[in-house]
Design a protein around this ligand. Structure first.
Ligand code: SF4
Ligand code: SF4
Length: 713
């Protein structure tokens, strides 16, 4: 990874009484070190990638503390790491994006939670739910309930988050149960401050190694008959210990307001949104000084019956503000209230929406109608027009723009090496007809959007080949499964390739090898070239220096294997066609390689800067469109979708359509030229080399050209 976290690494070293300023997820990283973790692992993904990225870059400092950091190949291996805390009194933390990561990790999580832990085990969950989410909309809460893992959902402010990390380890150790701490997207990225403490060097660590192996104890094996006793421990002992700790340490908060009869219950993570909604109703100031009572659940599982009973019995109506579905908290509180025969109405999803993010706008609507129902005069003194005001603001913005902003689907970066592959596939479809494409998670899923619109399904990370097995069996034309190198190592090698080889069945797999897990922040893979090799390959954009993927596939028994450079569109077309028409009946794998352009540009930037500073020769390649030749049919744009290949009005009064135009953002990847040739487009594209600090021959040549052009014109 070329992105530098130098500043953030320094922030990890702050000591007693220093002021930490930064984003939520980095505060968690610092809190882990303050809590004395022995090991940290995880799999990157929004919104928690930075936690691990910073620790990986702080390698030297981690070694000094004796903390082991592991960049795991998937969430399952991260969860299994927590097994260290089963037998040894060590604190460990792992992280991933949920719900998808939790799904992948669930086998290890079930085993871990059945056995229980001796040392604190904490899972930092990036709850990627709601606006801006990139995955299916499910809750981690369901997994926490079914596996008996405690679930923390702290208020989004840095002090609470840091304190919750510390308490999470204590809770885990006391109740012998792993703990999840879910952080929403906004919580991970919110900026704030807190006063730090010294980091704690763990007692057992990479420096202080254990001399004695933990004794064999069959009770700690997740295998029958131990599992029967473990189930009893979960509900006979561990949950009571947890509830007592939560109660005694006041991990949940109760704010008493002056309004009688009604109260609110909110997940801690939604607290800021609730306060801003209440502020709009003149019911609170920004510091949370609310007129209505609020029970803030920083711990959403387990709930503490005594706390709920004491709070609920004061009111006639209680609104549960719980994001997502199913409404687990509402159901549990409702059942408890009914059993205890407390005369209070439990309201929730009958007022607030079942699905979607609870923004302050959504919460405002729900809380407003809840209060109005119990206090008829409320409408007279509150700002009931908040939502109307928001709508009016949107209307004003629309009027200022003149028209609605057109939808802008996400797409490949400028010069992305994956774009040419899909251009080639589009051209192939013109010849052979529509192809069933099983797609996958990763940058290449941008090809599901216009202008490519490829893909019939996405079944998970590294799952495309497995997903195409059934389709393959009944399809006349071979389907194509596409995955990135990230997906290949995450799951694709075993779930897809090994399975296809085991069944000796037909199929086509395309691995788009860009060298990194690019979509999650360009983290390294086992097949990422070493940085020296990357420097050497600076001009070639090749990622295939070690051929690690080819070696793995050959070792497994793949016989039909071709590697092609994605920018050579003609070669890509040829190899796809070969795979579609081959008489070979087994698995055919195409490795389409080309380095992630984002990462490449990060690396080239300092090289360019230094070259120019040293006043050395530097060449930049750019493509452009000849205005006079472009007819304005835009087929080049439909074949590419490059953000820098756009349109502008034509200066020719005889042309009514806008013409194609390449902006200054062009990185000269060459796709425009390749597409023009391979798809026999109009000859309007030109390629230019912009040379800074040219050599003497180039200067003379330039002088002569100018002269000739001068004479001719
Ligand atoms: S991050 Fe890299 S691989 Fe992903 S779209 Fe951008 S250039 Fe392509
Ligand atoms: S050559 Fe074409 S596709 Fe490549 S960056 Fe430039 S405009 Fe985009």
């Amino acid at each position: 990874m070329e992105r530098s976290f130098k500043k953030e690494v320094e922030a990890l070293k702050l000591g007693d009484g220093d002021l930490f300023e930064g984003e939520g997820i980095l505060a968690v990283t610092k809190a882990l070190l303050q809590s004395g973790v022995s090991y940290v692992g995880g799999y990157q993904g929004s919104p928690v990638s930075n936690l691990l990225d910073v620790m990986v870059q702080a390698k030297d400092y981690m070694e000094e503390l004796g903390v082991h950091v592991e960049a795991c190949t998937n969430e399952s291996s991260a969860a299994a790491m927590l097994g260290a805390s089963i037998n040894y009194p060590v604190r460990g933390a792992v992280t991933w994006k949920s719900i998808v990561g939790t799904n992948v990790a669930s086998d290890a999580l079930s085993h871990l939670s059945s056995v229980g832990v001796l040392g604190g085990a904490l899972i930092i969950i990036g709850e990627d739910y709601g606006e801006g989410s990139s995955i299916i909309q499910e809750r981690t809460h369901g997994v926490a309930l079914k596996s008996t893992i405690w679930l923390l959902d702290p208020k989004p402010n840095l002090e609470t988050i840091v304190n919750t990390v510390q308490k999470a380890f204590e809770l885990s150790e006391l109740s012998h149960t792993p703990v999840m701490m879910q952080l929403r997207i906004r919580t991970c990225h919110l900026q704030g401050k807190f006063y730090t403490k010294n980091n704690k060097k763990p007692n057992i660590s990479t420096i202080n190694k254990v001399k004695e192996v933990a004794p064999h104890n069959y009770d700690l094996i997740a295998h029958p008959p131990s599992t029967y006793a473990q189930e009893e421990l979960k509900y006979g002992e561990r949950i009571d210990l947890a509830k007592r700790y939560i109660l005694e340490n006041s991990l949940n908060e109760i704010h008493q307001g002056s309004i009688q009869n009604i109260g609110l219950v909110v997940q801690g993570g939604l607290y800021n949104n609730l306060i801003s909604a209440l502020k709009e109703m003149s019911l609170s100031d920004e510091t949370g000084n609310s007129k209505i009572s609020i029970y803030i659940l920083n711990i959403v599982h387990p709930l503490v019956p005594e706390e709920i009973e004491n709070y609920a019995k004061k009111f006639k109506g209680l609104l549960i503000i719980e994001e997502g579905q199913p409404p687990y908290i509402e159901q549990e509180i409702g059942l408890l209230i009914q059993k205890l025969k407390i005369p209070v109405d439990i309201r929730g999803k009958d007022i607030l929406p079942m699905a979607g993010e609870y923004t302050s706008e959504v919460i405002h609507k729900g809380v407003f109608s809840f209060i109005s129902e119990y206090d008829k005069s409320f409408k007279n003194f509150s700002n009931k027009n908040y939502n109307t005001e928001v709508e009016a603001l949107k209307e004003d913005a629309l009027n200022l723009l003149g028209s609605a902003v057109p939808p802008r689907p996400p797409g490949f970066c400028t010069g992305c090496p994956e774009r040419p592959f899909f251009s080639a596939l589009k051209m192939i479809e013109k010849d052979v007809g529509k192809i069933h494409v099983s797609t996958d998670i990763g940058c290449h899923s941008f090809a599901t959007f216009a202008p490519f619109s490829f893909g019939q399904s996405i079944l998970g990370y590294g799952m495309s080949l497995a997903a195409s097995a059934g389709v393959q069996s009944f399809s006349d034309k071979r389907p194509i499964a596409i995955m990135g190198d990230g997906g290949f190592w995450h799951n694709g090698l075993l779930s897809g390739v090994a399975s296809r080889l085991l069944n000796n069945s037909d199929g086509i797999l395309v691995i788009l090898q860009n060298g990194y897990t690019s979509a999650t922040g360009t983290q390294d893979l086992i097949s990422t070239p070493e940085s020296e090799q990357r420097q050497l390959a600076a001009s070639s954009s090749s990622t295939n220096t070690d051929k690690t993927i080819e070696k793995a596939l050959k070792g497994l028994g793949v016989e039909w294997l071709k590697t092609v450079h994605t920018y050579e569109v003609g070669s890509v077309k040829k190899v796809i066609f070969e795979a579609l028409s081959s008489n070979f009946k087994g698995l055919k794998v195409i490795i389409a390689e080309g380095e992630c352009q984002l990462e490449r540009q990060r690396r080239l930037k300092p090289i360019k800067y230094k070259t120019l500073k040293d006043k050395k020769r530097f060449v930049k390649v750019r493509y452009g469109v000849d205005e006079d030749t472009c007819t304005g049919d835009h087929s080049c744009i439909r074949l590419s979708g490059c953000p820098t290949l756009t349109v502008k009005p034509s200066n020719d009064p005889l042309k009514s359509d806008p013409i194609a135009y390449v902006t200054d953002g062009c990185v000269g990847c060459g796709l425009c030229g390749e597409n023009a040739i391979e798809a026999t487009l109009c000859p309007s594209f030109w390629k230019a080399k912009i040379i800074t600090n040219p050599n003497i021959t180039e200067r003379v040549l330039n002088w002569m050209r100018k002269k000739v052009i001068g004479v001719l014109s």
